[in-house]
Design a protein around this ligand. Sequence first.
Ligand code: NAP
Length: 298
Amino acid sequence: MSERTQPRIGVVGLGTMGGAMAANLAKAGFPLTAWNRTPGRSHELEALGIDIAATPRALASTADIVLVCVSDTPDVEAVLFGPEGVAEGAAPGSLVIDCSTIDPAGSRRFAARLAEKGIGFVDAPVTGGSEGARNATLAILVGGAPADVERARPVLAAIGRTITHLGPVGSGQAAKAVNQVILAATYLGVAEGLVLALKAGLDPQQVVEALSGGAAQSWVLANRSGRMLANEYPLGFKVALHLKDLGIALDIARESGAVLPIAALVAQLEAGLVATGHGDDDMSALARAIRGLSGLEA
Ligand code: NAP
């Protein structure tokens, strides 16, 4: 019996997340081609022996599975259906895995357009931060037809640790919106708590250590309190991208009748950060906003 060969993967988008995913897919032994809109983000990947394609179309024409990780819904649309896009090059029977965080209605639209060409689609947004992408420990929230999800699973297993199939196309994105709403509250809560510690004259680092064993313990307290105390916000996850995600969550809330007061408040604070030139800061810069409102250095 002949040995089963690995599918050839094409990765579109080599930013913080997509670049790390491509590196982990290459390390897992998948034959790989990659493409990025801005050339030059791919030097590290070329060193790993990854081919760089000239266009998404060229990339898709050689790939069994195309993994997309770009910023927002119009960006996914551009790389899939724009000139020289994936849909022009992908063969019937191929599969697109979209790891970007986008509007679930967009995922359903894109899946329907690709299905007309016999191309499968799963939405597979991720959570776990840039560290999770680098270490291949992401939690992946998947929507799609069961056969497509099973086909995607070995690829997803090379970039993440937990893979959950939540339902049809769009379900992964809806679950990701839930994640972003919970993160909004957690980041804001940690930022407010640390500002209170500073204003109350406590040693904030000692407070963080004391609380880490109690009920206020969280990933944000463990991994982002240092940035908030230093008032320095290297990436990470951009404020502008989280604001985009809260827009998605608030749209779903409006359509479904959910009321999300903290998500709405955090969206306003993040809009303020973007307006004052901090959209590319890590999202822990919510502490910058609370510091400023509290009369501390912002
Ligand atoms: P990033 O570092 O800003 O990278 C964005 C990538 O998208 C770049 O490769 C960029 O290309 C590409 N891109 C954007 N618009 C494009 C367009 N119209 N056409 C072609 N390429 C386009 O962002 P990231 O942090 O990797 O985030 C990527 C996705 O993952 C987002 O949906 C984000 O919400 C999600 N996410 C991020 C994190 C995190 O911690 N960073 C965690 C979970 C999920 P250029 O290089 O040409 O700009």
